[in-house]
Design a protein around this ligand. Structure first.
Ligand code: PNS
Length: 160
């Protein structure tokens, strides 16, 4: 049987334990998982693309079937190019669903061959987002337990 390749796209600015949890779950379900980092985020990212990739590589080094790649332009074009038939997205709460549904259906309209699969991260991370992590770090709060220690260190250098 053909191996099932999945793409897990995102901004990852920066990677959180919520992302790692989802990537671990998806890596158990699919034969290969490509974590795809969006090059141009609409709003200016805190971390450069190379930094976001480095942190993701570090955070997923224990997962043999996971690779990190970057993309720009349409996600469906990237997935097609990489031979991936599945897009994995995490849904933390009902509030995520509306936007995710819209994106999944639009992606399906553009590329009917690619299926979007929604997965649930551990409920302990249901309140966690990169945006909140950045805000807490910026305002001098602790992000311990929300992101890996090496991300915590990098956040400190960004927001002294
Ligand atoms: O981590 P994020 O910011 O929630 O990820 C959003 C992402 C990267 C999945 C989404 O913005 C995306 O797929 N962008 C690529 C451009 C694209 O394909 N747009 C059409 C979506 S219907």
């Amino acid at each position: 049987m053909k191996p099932v390749i999945a793409v897990c796209p995102g901004s990852y600015d920066p990677v959180t334990y919520g992302h790692v949890d989802l990537i671990e779950r998806a890596a158990r379900v699919f034969d290969r998982l490509i974590v795809a980092v969006l090059r141009n985020i609409q709003k200016e990212p805190l971390f450069a693309l190379a930094e976001r990739v480095e942190m993701l590589k570090e955070a997923t080094r224990h997962l043999e079937n996971v690779e990190i790649d970057v993309f720009e332009g349409l996600l469906v074009d990237f997935a097609r190019k990489r031979g991936a038939g599945v897009v994995v997205r995490g849904i933390r709460a009902v509030s995520d669903y509306e936007y995710e549904l819209q994106m999944a259906l639009m992606n399906r309209k553009m590329e009917p061959q690619i299926e979007t699969v929604f997965m649930l991260p551990a409920e302990t991370f249901s309140y966690l987002s990169s945006s909140l992590v950045k805000e807490i770090a910026r305002l001098g709060g602790s992000v311990q337990g929300l992101v890996p220690p090496f991300v915590e260190e990098r956040l400190k250098t960004k927001v002294p």
